[in-house]
Design a protein around this ligand. Structure first.
Ligand SMILES: *[C@@H]1O[C@H](CO)[C@@H](O)[C@H](O)[C@H]1NC(C)=O
Ligand SMILES: *[C@@H]1O[C@H](CO)[C@@H](O)[C@H](O)[C@H]1NC(C)=O
Ligand SMILES: *[C@@H]1O[C@H](CO)[C@@H](O)[C@H](O)[C@H]1NC(C)=O
Length: 493
């Protein structure tokens, strides 16, 4: 089985290479005139990437509306936008970390704009430290509130506006949103969650007849903004990785968003690193640790009881749209994500003593986003972001003995899951439910072998690979399998 997965992976990688070459030769061209008069909202626009995005859109003659907490900074940026050629430049002061702040923003925007072409979600709160049992856990809810939940809130509240004009949601993510990087555990978690949620939302919108709305996730490397420079300079990565110019980053984002790409990368080679990481995770993480100056070159090739099993979950499911109940989102992240981080952190001293194992029960929705499960998928993606970063922090601090196993489970025939399947269309699809005892056995074996990941059923590993190479096609197959659309629509997405 493993042999088959490997061979499959090789052919998939080869196919990707060919696909990349074809895409390169037939790539779409960007028409700068197409942005004249377009209505653009940028969150987190008082500084950094958001500020630069505002300038680039202004140069192209767009109408910009900038959002941040600090009014004095916003005023300066807005006046510069006017000089650069923005058709209109306005700002709204809002604290986006709360649902009230997001509602205030939506209401004020509705007064100014009828329809919206680009919603750029860009504001962040960063944490940069090696995670361990002494880390301050009280910061976690605020971090998820700013970096994840507010993105979900704002995107949801703006859906009516985006539907009017077939607008684009631009989600500013990070390399840490697709590949785990050390020292960024919870940040990685919050960014992974965005890929989970928005990957599912894209499908929910299409299944509800709103294919016109596009979602572009922006995977950015280390960008030379004032805040990023300040954050990394005191850490080894500041001397290892070269920061990329912020204006080139913004230009590349504007193009990717205008071309309605599913995902854009800046610098472009991050796409390549993500692909190699997908097939050789330990190896690439080791290279990243050397490249970011966290460990010496000669440690490159050395990757990697008591057992802690994290398994509890809340299970929100429904097509996501503007009527979704946003007030419950923090609760689902608290149960499915933050509590896992809290428990693993608090029990770390004991696990270190015995070289124990942390077993994190995730789901196929943690690596691929199915429709109907946007919040669930977001909260499970976040676990992969956090724990894959945390594993590296442990190893860098000399605790290679503690292992972390992520369990990627398919549909398991527990009583609750069968009940839920009844309320969805799933039970009439071709999805097979696996027995719960075989599943438990697979988890115990995988944890004992200290595997990085367990897939149950095993072929989810192959599914993940196919999705990685052909996301739109594979998501369409899943939608047919769970009976969300007829077989005849297989090749339309
Ligand atoms: C939006 O896109 C949909 C599907 O692609 C199309 O049917 C609809 O006419 C478009 N609406 C506008 C306002 O452009
Ligand atoms: C735990 O693992 C580390 C590194 O693999 C090893 O040096 C240490 O002796 C182990 N400790 C125990 C208690 O087994
Ligand atoms: C599934 O099929 C059964 C009978 O085969 C039918 O009664 C039921 O309404 C179907 N459910 C859905 C959600 O389509």
């Amino acid at each position: 089985m493993v042999g088959f997965a490997k061979i499959f992976a090789f052919f998939a990688a080869f196919t990707v290479l060919v696909a990349v070459l074809i895409a390169w030769y037939t790539r779409e061209t960007f028409d700068p005139e197409s942005l004249r008069g377009k209505k653009v909202v940028i969150c987190g626009a008082s500084t950094g990437i958001g500020e630069e995005l505002a300038y680039q859109y202004s140069k192209l003659g767009a109408r910009v509306l900038l959002v941040a907490r600090r009014e004095a900074e916003l005023q300066k940026v807005v006046s510069h936008c006017g000089k650069l050629g923005a058709v209109t430049a306005n700002y709204i002061v809002a604290d986006l970390s709360t649902l009230e702040g997001a509602k205030h923003l939506a209401a004020e925007t509705n007064k100014l704009f009828d329809g919206l072409d680009v919603l750029a979600l860009n504001h962040i709160m960063g944490i940069y430290e090696l995670w361990n049992e002494n880390t301050d856990l009280s910061k976690l809810p605020q971090l998820f509130a700013v970096n994840t939940i507010s993105y979900i809130n704002i995107a949801t509240l703006f859906l009516p506006q985006l539907k009017k004009t077939n607008g684009t949601i631009a989600v500013v993510s990070s390399f840490a949103g697709v590949v785990p990087v050390p020292r960024t555990g919870p940040y990685c978690g919050t960014k992974h969650a965005l890929h989970g949620f928005f990957g599912s939302l894209r499908q929910d919108l299409a299944l509800q007849g709103h294919k016109g709305i596009s979602i572009t996730t922006c995977v950015l490397g280390l960008i030379s903004t004032k805040n990023a420079r300040k954050a990394v300079l005191q850490h080894p990565v500041g001397k290892g990785v070269k920061a990329q110019p912020v204006d080139e980053c913004a230009i590349s984002m504007v193009k990717g968003i205008a071309l309605k790409k599913r995902q854009m990368y800046f610098p472009w080679f991050l796409s390549f690193v993500e692909t190699v990481h997908f097939f050789f995770p330990n190896f690439v993480e080791s290279i990243i640790q050397v490249a970011s100056n966290e460990k010496p070159m000669q440690d490159m090739l050395f990757g990697a009881t008591d057992i802690l099993i994290l398994n509890h979950a809340s299970f929100p499911h429904d097509f996501w749209n503007e009527d979704a109940d946003l007030s419950k989102v923090p609760f689902h992240f608290a149960v499915n994500t933050i509590s896992y981080i809290n428990i693993a952190t608090l029990l770390l001293p004991g696990l270190k003593k015995t070289n124990g194992s942390i077993v994190v029960v995730s789901s196929f929705a943690g690596v691929v986003s199915p429709p109907n499960f946007a919040i669930y998928s977001g909260s499970k993606h976040a676990l992969h972001g956090f724990f894959n970063s945390f594993r590296q922090d442990l190893s860098l601090k000399g605790h290679k003995g503690v292992s972390i196993t992520l369990c990627i489970l398919g549909a398991i025939s527990t009583k609750n899951a069968l009940e839920r399947a009844k309320s969805l269309n799933i039970q009439n699809g071709t999805l097979l439910f696996e027995t719960v005892d075989e599943c438990a056995l697979a988890i115990i074996q995988g944890a004992a072998l200290r595997k990085r990941e367990i897939y149950f059923p095993w072929f989810l590993n192959v599914f993940e690979t196919v999705h990685f190479c052909f996301p739109n096609l594979f998501e369409s197959v899943i939608q047919v399998m769970i009976n969300e659309k007829p077989v005849g629509d297989l090749l339309t997405w």
